[in-house]
Write a protein that binds this ligand. Sequence first.
Ligand code: ADP
Ligand code: MG
Length: 316
Amino acid sequence: MIPPTGSGEFDLIARIRARVRDRGDVVVGIGDDAAVLQPPPGQQLAITTDTLNVDVHFFAQTRAYDLGWKALAVNLSDLAAMGAEPAWCTLSLSLPESDPAWLDEFLQGFLDLAGEQRIALVGGDTTRGPLSIAVTAIGCVDAGRALRRAGACVDDDVWVSGALGDAAAALAQWPTPRDALRRRLDRPQPRVALGRRLLGLAHSAADVSDGLLADLGHICRASGVGAEIWLPTLPASDALLDLAEVERVVWQATGGDDYELCFTAAVSQRDAIVRLGEELDLGLTRVGRIVPGHEVTALDASGQPWQGARQGYVHF
Ligand code: ADP
Ligand code: MG
């Protein structure tokens, strides 16, 4: 392995290690050949990895702090969608050069969110190459209780958290997005507390990373059902409401990168879900229902099928 220029690999790792906070269940953390972790009795592990590549997932000018935050946030969002409690993570960094100032700022963003969500950084890898950040996050969930994409039932309500479309609007306005939109693109808030509380309440869930219609499509495929989405009910932030309606709906229905949760639940859970939203101070909006079949149909204000654009972000 070729270390970053200036042979600073070990300096960089030392900088990381010095700032990491401990958790009692980390038996061996950074500094050995592998981390050793102690899962709580009776729990299963939920494990997820996501990579952010320069020029694919973010612009080269993105602030280091925001990159650190987002690299962890997108993984925490996956744990949230499973109803798992974040516990440990690893960080694989490919850096074009050894730049301690950049690394410190990156770590600040990463560790601020890690501290908020009480997830410990327990290892990783540091190499030289085009800027790329891969994070693996591990969470715990009571055995057999993880929330899955499979499980949606005909007549379930379809719900989404927060607001949709902000991140896509920020991208469309690049390089001068409005601050409120840019913040949503750069610093997504993983809905971890919501995911944990949905255990036993929701039948299925996924996070909205590729766009609502695409991610709900994943739930439907896994569950062997279809869905109907009512476009006028999709939640929008104030910043998004200022924009023209036509674009707004496209971003809300198909824009990726919002990292809200989409979940389905029995009609009998409506009141409990509304109360949960109030308790968490997080908007939870009913946007459709599960139907027989295998298609996701979006209906416009007059109840007609929407001839929308593409259904979400596809890499290849
Ligand atoms: P090895 O060659 O055995 O893989 P490394 O030199 O890559 O060891 O890493 C030394 C230690 O530093 C390991 O515990 C590893 O997990 C940790 N580490 C390396 N890079 C990072 C990083 N970017 N973030 C957190 N820990 C790291
Ligand atoms: Mg290594």
